[in-house]
Design a protein around this ligand. Structure first.
Ligand code: SF4
Length: 199
């Protein structure tokens, strides 16, 4: 009957996986409006786009009742695009959302925001398999999160002995550091809270 898009968690990109799989062109990239759009008159409610969307932003309603229910769920959804990025990219080194684009100095040291930097190495098994569960750890905090492959300069500058490491910056100053992999998320969260809330 209709397709609804939850733009609160949709990254609204031309490369939408739902557009790729839509057999009728009902779901399309609207160049003029620069947005994913839906022409419900072309939709055959096959559900392919819903299955293809990794974050559940595309929903297919087959009846009026379903449409109403889904619309209500979307209207009441408290999530934001940031949550989506963390969901999607948090476990993998190193996806675009967490890359440093303009340099460490500009994005970390000159930032006024509480910033967490995860240093990792492709050579460390723990870094590859045991990434920091950032969505759970940071869901109630307003912070910036970046992930950087460690360099010798960073290793020396911040005296890093174990990876992965988390560096915490506030107003450009290092306010805390956690080194090494933590088996328990709870213990890691405790450590993080100590650093963040003591400041
Ligand atoms: S339900 Fe099927 S036809 Fe409708 S927009 Fe999604 S993929 Fe296209």
């Amino acid at each position: 009957m209709s397709v609804l898009i939850n733009f609160k968690i949709c990254d609204n990109a031309e490369e939408c996986s739902g557009i790729d799989v839509c057999p009728t062109g009902a779901l399309y990239w609207d160049k003029d409006k620069q947005t994913v759009n839906i022409d419900n008159s072309k939709c055959i409610t096959c559900g392919a786009c819903e299955n293809a969307c990794e974050v559940g932003a595309i929903r297919v309603a087959k009846t009026k009742e379903e449409h109403k229910k889904i619309k209500k769920e979307i209207d009441e959804d408290p999530r934001k695009a940031n949550d989506l990025l963390i969901d999607r990219y948090g476990a993998q080194p190193i996806e675009p959302a967490f890359q440093i684009k303009y340099g460490f100095e500009q994005e970390i040291l000159r930032s006024n925001k509480l910033t967490v930097v995860e240093l990792f190495s492709d050579d460390s098994v723990h870094c590859l398999l045991r990434s920091i569960p950032i969505k759970e750890l940071f869901k109630n905090l307003d912070l910036k999160y970046k992930k950087i492959e460690i360099t010798e300069d960073l290793r020396k500058c911040y005296k890093i002995k174990k990876l992965p490491s988390l560096l915490f910056f506030k107003n450009g100053k290092l306010i805390g550091k956690i080194e090494g992999y933590y088996e328990s998320k709870e213990k890691l969260k405790e450590k993080i809270d100590k650093i963040i809330f003591k400041t």
